[in-house]
Design a binder for this molecule. Structure first.
Ligand code: GLN
Length: 364
């Protein structure tokens, strides 16, 4: 059986708060990031959360979990094994373009599987929801993200757009005259979602491309079932590049805020993702965003989210904003331990669980 496993290793975390007031707590300063509150008011949106409450809960989460050393870096991609396990950052960006970030906010990590939601968004924009649902599907696999068994056992074979097989097939749906055209289109789309130019972390790409025999095998298996729609090796290569796109935690939250804001980037005002496609993307994230940890996540947190083995997790609060957290140590399913704890804490403090009537203000 193909299983993703990460043995637990302990370490000490020392990280800092780079808050609005930029108070250095010790000598090693993470890049202070510009935080934005709407001037002269606490809020300018009927639904976006209040900046002061977001700030407080993010600061509390940062202080509460900064010393947590559970989990272990991904090591099946050699580059990721060497990333400093102590890195830790949190960012929240609202649909009314307020932002608050703490920790290692300048560090660029690879999106890994978080990229899959934006490739899905592009495929939806190009083909429409019915074709994407027909060609990929949206059923949870209940298996590790790189499962061969899921491809064999599931009727759709692709499962959903957020596991490796389904994501490689989704990548194969993206149109373009050449592989390079497709890749450039994907990167430009991700950049528009972030509102900033993003780029490939070449060392991550090379490291993963040299060790992605498993993904090449998944693509070959999809050929057998006629569930991949372009050259399989080309599709794996573009997928690998997409996974190797670098973001810092704030750029990731900005990408999330675009989804939360009906596909309109709250910074640039550009309609990046068709509004009609946003619910499909969030449904995929709810079913499969944390792989075989997705059910537990829905139970405890109740927010569509997506993790990546680079250590990032992005959670979307529809209409309100997005929370991104980054910390490299992962659990057995491949989800960042600290990022899960941070988002769980903030979502709970701010009553954001979408399955709770409290999230829309009904209190008893
Ligand atoms: N690039 C990684 C892979 O294909 C992405 C996996 C992940 O983030 N879960 O294995």
């Amino acid at each position: 059986m193909t299983t993703y496993r990460t043995p637990v290793k302990r370490n000490v975390v020392v990280a800092l708060i780079a808050a609005v007031v930029s108070i250095p707590l010790s000598g090693q300063g993470p890049a202070a990031s510009a935080n934005r509150a709407v001037a002269g008011s606490t809020n300018r949106s009927a639904v976006a959360p209040r900046f002061d409450l977001v700030k407080r809960s993010v600061d509390e989460a940062y202080a509460r979990y900064r010393s947590d050393t559970s989990g272990k870096n991904a090591d099946y991609i050699p580059y990721l094994a060497q990333v400093d396990s102590k890195l830790f950052g949190i960012s929240a960006v609202s649909t009314d373009n307020q932002s608050y970030s703490v920790g290692d906010t300048g560090y660029s990590f690879s999106m890994q599987s978080i990229s899959k939601i934006y490739t899905l968004a592009l495929a939806l924009d190009e083909l429409g929801a019915d074709k994407v649902f027909d060609r990929i599907g949206n059923e949870p696999t209940g298996r590790p993200f790189n499962s061969v068994e899921a491809v064999v056992d599931m009727g759709t074979h692709t499962g959903n757009a957020l596991v490796n097989a389904g994501a490689i097939a989704t990548t194969s749906l993206i149109s373009g005259a050449t592989a390079d055209d497709k890749w450039k289109k994907i990167l430009a789309f991700y950049s528009k979602a972030a509102g900033e130019k993003l780029s490939l972390i070449d060392a991550v790409y090379k490291s993963e491309a040299a060790t992605n025999q498993g993904n090449r095998a998944l693509a070959a298996l999809l050929v057998k079932y006629q569930r991949i729609y372009a050259d399989p090796l080309e599709s794996v290569d573009i997928y690998t590049k997409a996974c190797s796109v670098g973001v810092n935690v704030k750029q990731l939250a900005q990408m999330g805020a675009t989804l939360a804001n009906n596909g309109v980037n709250p910074i640039t005002g550009e309609q990046v993702i068709k509004a009609e496609n946003v619910p499909y993307i969030l449904s995929a994230m709810t079913m499969a965003g944390l792989y075989d940890g997705s059910g537990g996540w829905a139970w405890h947190v109740g927010l569509p989210a997506k993790s990546g083995v680079g250590g990032g997790i992005l959670a979307i609060v529809p209409g309100k904003g997005a929370i991104a957290a980054f910390a490299p140590r992962l659990d057995d399913a491949g989800n960042s331990v600290k990022a899960q704890k941070v988002i769980t804490y903030v979502a709970d403090q701010l009553d954001m669980n979408l399955f709770s009537p409290r999230s829309v203000g009904l209190k008893q």
